[in-house]
Design a protein around this ligand. Structure first.
Ligand code: AMP
Length: 223
């Protein structure tokens, strides 16, 4: 039977973050019994039916996932903790740490950088998180919002420090910088729309349980 708008809306919709997080999400979902019916990487589609009749996936930029879930356009989502910290978690439950795409949100500066007396200029895409972090430490910081290539900012004297995601640290080192302080340990989280958690409680808790089990299996598997 062809899909109608109604049966699309009846399906449980899960918003996934594309890119690096998606690569680690799909094996986890497969272990929980949810697999897209076609190769998501080979398709330009944004919505995918799954092996589970009642579940569909939408694939989005990470920054858009909380918006879809908060408004109920998706019932659940997978998104990095960095984005949840930056955007706030209003309207969302965060029932499960998926333990994937682990990295750290850090301050970083040019190798050998020493704080001076003056205000510090900080380039980042995580302006809310950074503002809060420096305020908590009593450091006067001027935040400069960037959308990419944070490492370039100190080199071009746009900023003294950056706040960014660090995994291996290779990107920093390749640009004459070093990690300084950890702001938060990051991994991807399962988020659930608060109203959906009430209205579709049974199916959502079943899914959360299956995913929790899949996370446990992943943790047991040899590296
Ligand atoms: P690295 O050179 O390994 O420290 O990786 C640094 C860059 O990779 C960062 O600037 C991030 O944009 C990106 N990155 C690393 N890990 C993640 C992650 N788990 N989620 C999103 N972006 C990441």
């Amino acid at each position: 039977m062809p899909h109608t708008v109604t049966d699309m809306n009846d399906k449980l919709t899960i918003a996934l973050t594309k890119g690096r997080i998606l690569k680690e999400t799909l094996p986890l979902f497969a272990r929980a019994g949810i697999e897209p019916l076609e190769d998501v990487n080979a398709s330009r589609k944004l919505v995918f039916a799954t092996s589970h009749d009642d579940v569909q996936l939408v694939i989005l930029r990470g920054t858009d996932v909380p918006t879809y879930v908060r408004h109920g356009a998706a019932d659940m989502g997978v998104v990095g903790k960095d984005i949840l910290l930056e955007q706030g978690a209003a309207g969302l439950y965060e029932p499960l740490d998926l333990g994937i795409a682990r990295c750290r949100l850090m301050t970083a500066g040019p190798v050998g950088w020493q704080p001076g007396a003056a205000r510090v200029r900080v380039a980042t895409k995580f302006v809310n998180t950074a503002r809060e972090y420096f305020a908590r430490r009593g450091v006067q910081a001027d935040l400069i919002k960037l959308y990419g290539a944070m490492e370039l900012a100190p080199m071009m004297n746009l900023a003294d420090l950056i706040v960014d995601i660090v995994d291996t640290g290779n990107t920093l080192r390749a640009n004459g910088m070093e990690p300084l302080e950890e702001i938060a340990a990051i991994s991807s989280r399962l988020v659930v729309n608060k109203a959906a958690m009430r209205s579709r409680h049974e199916v959502i808790t079943r899914l959360v349980d299956c995913l929790a089990e899949a996370v446990g299996e992943g943790a047991d598997a040899p590296a």
